[in-house]
Structures are given as structure tokens and as C-alpha cells.
Design a protein around this ligand. Structure first.
Ligand SMILES: [Zn+2]
Ligand SMILES: [Zn+2]
Length: 338
């Protein structure tokens, strides 16, 4: 099979690799669409990698034994290699599993875990069937484009009464705009990049505030009559944005953190939590049982197509990374067979 790899700073190419083979209740999936995520950061930094990506949709082509899927089925390939046996896995919260498979040890080869490739291997219970009326391209949005913010909004119970702040309008934050609008909420976005600000408006954001503006907080409060926003989702992973979400939230409001961040965010137990009554949440992905509802967003959101900005053949991986690194993009999809 072919797969895309990072070979150096701003250098990527397509190479040949061994075809993976299914084992036990794992299935082999022919990848039709690979949504790009944060892999461009490794391309920019020159972090060489032969195994790129964690998002894929495609067609089951081979199973090793009778299992939950069969050849010919169109599926979303859920992320990670969780154990499938622990309490979190059984609850559908597999994304937090602490007993993930050692992929190469279990399958006997490292090939088949990268999604920037023509085939992937996955335990059959993590292959979610795509409804007939949903294209592979749109089904690819059920991963990081819509997934993390869907989980966040389900946890916070976002409804039509709410004003929601989304900070950071990359592909994940833009998915947050789609999710919040689908739930009927009013949406304010904090984003400084012009392309992304424009796309956020197109997807239904009522206002886009530049978080670098020294009056950003006052502007957001002004849009809520001074009360503050009901619910916020940080998709930027920036400490200043974390504080903006916390400070812009109303009393008894909710803030969910989706953007990854390894730095410490300052917060005050009394001022932010006890007196203000905020609830803070972390959200990585959605519960597996919510897949059908994520699909409803894809099937019925009138703006879903605008969450995708580029579809490129994997042979143009170099150009795809250029676009991804420019940030002039929403979700970028690769076609591994083109
Ligand atoms: Zn588990
Ligand atoms: Zn992702």
C-alpha cells in the first residue's frame, strides 16, 4: 500500500509500505478519506514520522473472523486502540481507556495504525457504520471536526437558550460553531486569523471578536448585556484564551476545554469556582453511544459542507501540509487512492 510520511522540515512524501492483515476481531479498512488534523505541526518542526494520522473513514475489505462488521460496509474509523474490556470502554468512554493495545505487538507489524495510508486496522467495535445518505467526505467530519465539541456541548447541555463562546476557529472550533448552531444556540467566536474569522461567520457565528484586542472581554460581555456567556468551549489551547472563557462566562456558567495545552492555566478557587459557580470540563471526544446523534448533525446541518475547505489527493501531501500550516483552511481531507 501507499502511505504519506514526514521526512524532514517541511518535507513529506508518499512511500510504499507492507499491506496490514487483520487478526482476531479486528478488521481491515480501505481508507477512502483521511481528515487531516494537527500533523502539520510535525511537518513544520521537521519531526520525521512514518505513522501519521488518527482520523479515517472507508470500506471494510477483510475480517479475520466473524465480527461486528463485514466486508463492503462503509465505516467511520474511531481513534485510538483502547482495550474494549475496562469500565470506561464498556461505558462508551473508550477515548479515556488506560489499557490501550500495543499495536505492533498485537498485530505483529507497525503497519496499519497510520491513517495517512491506503489501509488501516481497527478492532471491529470501533468501526461505526455510515448511514447510506452520508458521503465518505461528510462522514469524515464525525472525528475531530465535530467530535470534541460535540462531546463538550453534550456534557454542558447546550440548548437554544444559550449564548456560546467558541475560542479558536481552527477546524475543531469551526466544528464547534456547527454543533452550537445545530443545537439552536447563539454563537460568539474569538479568533484573530482573518480566513478563520470569515469561515466562522459563514457557519453561523453572530460575532467574531479578535482575542488579541485589549477590549475582547468587554466586547463579549457587551454582546450579552453584561451578564456573560452561558457556555464556552476553548478550542485554541492557549492559556490567555482559557482565561478569556472563564472571565467571559456568566455566574453558574460552564467552560469546556478542548484545545490541548501543556502549560498551566491560573484559576481562583473562590473567585472563579466557589463564588462564581462555574463548572469546568475537559472534552476529548464523544461517547461512542452518541455516534448516531453526531451523524444527525452531519445529515441535517445546512452548513455542513462548509466545514470542509479542501479535498486533495494524498499524492499532493506536500501541498496539503502547506495549506494546513497556512491556517487558511477549515477541515482538509486527503484521498489516499488518488
Ligand atoms: Zn479500556
Ligand atoms: Zn484529529
Amino acid at each position: 500500500m501507499k502511505k504519506a510520511v514526514i521526512t524532514g522540515e517541511r518535507k513529506a512524501e508518499v512511500v510504499e509500505a507492507a499491506d496490514p492483515r487483520p487478526k482476531d476481531d479486528w478488521a481491515l479498512v480501505k481508507v477512502q478519506v483521511t481528515p487531516m488534523c494537527t500533523e502539520y505541526k510535525g511537518w513544520l518542526a521537521g519531526r520525521k514520522s512514518e505513522f501519521l494520522g488518527h482520523e479515517a473513514v472507508g470500506e471494510v475489505v477483510e475480517v479475520a473472523q466473524p465480527c461486528r462488521v463485514e466486508a463492503g460496509q462503509r465505516v467511520v474509523v474511531q481513534p485510538q486502540y483502547p482495550c474494549g474490556k475496562c469500565r470506561l470502554c464498556l461505558q462508551g468512554e473508550y477515548i479515556h481507556c488506560e489499557h490501550s493495545y500495543n499495536f505492533a505487538e498485537f498485530t505483529g507489524s507497525p503497519e496499519g495504525r497510520a491513517t495517512y495510508a491506503q489501509y488501516v486496522l481497527k478492532p471491529s467495535w470501533l468501526l461505526s457504520k455510515i448511514p447510506e445518505d452520508v458521503s465518505y467526505e461528510h462522514a469524515g467530519l464525525a472525528l475531530c471536526a465535530l467530535g470534541p465539541t460535540f462531546g463538550a456541548m453534550q456534557t454542558m447541555g447546550v440548548v437554544a437558550f444559550d449564548t456560546v463562546l467558541i475560542s479558536g476557529a481552527g477546524p475543531v472550533g469551526l466544528g464547534g460553531v456547527v454543533n452550537a448552531r445545530f443545537r439552536g444556540a447563539r454563537v460568539i467566536v474569538a479568533e484573530g486569523h482573518p480566513w478563520r474569522a470569515e469561515r466562522a461567520r459563514l457557519l453561523g457565528a453572530e460575532a467574531v471578536i479578535d482575542p488579541a484586542d485589549e477590549n475582547a472581554l468587554q466586547q463579549i460581555l457587551g454582546l450579552t448585556g453584561g451578564a456573560g456567556i452561558d457556555k464556552a468551549v476553548d478550542c485554541s489551547g492557549a492559556v490567555a484564551a482559557h482565561r478569556l472563557c472563564i472571565d467571559a462566562a456568566r455566574r453558574k456558567g460552564h467552560v469546556a476545554f478542548v484545545g490541548e495545552c501543556s502549560e498551566e492555566t491560573p484559576f481562583r478557587a473562590s473567585g472563579d469556582l466557589i463564588r462564581k459557580g462555574l463548572s469546568l470540563h475537559g472534552a476529548w471526544h464523544y461517547n461512542l453511544a452518541a455516534f448516531a446523534d453526531v451523524m444527525k448533525v452531519i445529515q441535517h446541518s445546512p452548513v455542513i459542507g462548509d466545514l470542509i475547505s479542501h479535498v486533495l489527493p494524498m499524492s499532493e501531501i506536500q501541498q496539503a501540509f502547506e495549506i494546513s500550516a497556512s491556517h487558511d483552511s477549515a477541515k482538509i481531507l486527503l484521498k489516499p487512492w488518488a
